[in-house]
Design a protein around this ligand. Structure first.
Ligand SMILES: *Cc1c(COP(=O)(O)O)cnc(C)c1O
Length: 229
């Protein structure tokens, strides 16, 4: 078997173990394979083994890969990097999910630019759960007001919340941050009952994230290897 597919199988096994440990339903956590900086050929290889959801951070790289992977029509593209409000069009026109909405202006543009023949763009709001100033995302207390405005937009489907937890934090700190996210999702569900998604957990912290209720994990280096940048 290829190394990449071996890595993916290992990650899927870790996800199953974490689901079991948390008494979660087997298969309830979806793996987003984060392929940023890695070549389209790596994506094609995993696609041939059945992986469908891929995460990309940079819009130009996403567009190039989508062009190169026209032979893989069932890829589900997840944009997980910050998108400036003047760079929304390729996302609206070509992505399936955007995990990082953090302003009404961006959301409005995405809704306007989403082609009418496509299903609504699936979106999550990014929460700056660690409160670090260098991080993107809205503060927890901005979540409900932004959600109220977003649910009125016709071509977006507000599916939930996303975060990047503190790097190199103890399990205890991570657990605090991820549990706060789960609380926020419950608050969100009061106004958006369709919101079912907690996008949290990466190569280093996915087990704790799943323990706290993550149902999408975004895993890059544990599958593709270390990134050069
Ligand atoms: C790069 C990235 C990931 C994947 O990180 P790994 O530590 O390589 O698993 C997940 N989420 C976001 C937002 C990223 O930018």
């Amino acid at each position: 078997m290829d190394t990449l597919e071996q890595n993916r199988q290992h990650v899927l096994q870790q996800i199953r173990l974490a689901e079991t440990a948390a008494q979660r339903i087997a298969g309830s956590v979806q793996l987003i394979a984060v392929s940023k900086t890695f070549p389209a050929s790596d994506i094609r290889l995993l696609y041939q083994h059945g992986q469908r959801a891929f995460g990309e951070n940079y819009i130009q790289e996403f567009q190039q890969k989508q062009y190169d992977l026209a032979d893989c029509p069932h890829i589900e593209w997840h944009i997980i990097g910050h998108v400036q409000s003047n760079k929304t069009r390729p996302v609206a026109e070509h992505a399936h999910w955007l995990h990082t909405v953090s302003s009404l202006k961006t959301a409005q543009r995405l809704s306007q630019q989403r082609p009418k023949h496509l299903p609504p763009l699936q979106i999550c709001m990014e929460i700056n759960i660690s409160g670090e100033t260098a991080k993107h995302g809205i503060a927890p207390d901005e979540m409900l007001p932004l959600a109220q405005a977003i649910v009125a937009l016709p071509h977006l489907n507000l599916r939930g919340l996303m975060c990047v937890a503190s790097a190199n934090a103890s399990d205890e700190i991570l657990r605090q941050q991820f549990e706060k996210m789960a609380d926020l999702l419950r608050d969100l569900q009061n106004i958006a009952p369709q919101a079912d998604t907690l996008s949290m957990g990466m190569s280093g912290d996915m087990a704790v994230a799943i323990e706290c209720g993550a149902n999408m994990v975004r895993v890059g280096s544990a599958i593709f290897g270390r990134r050069a940048v």
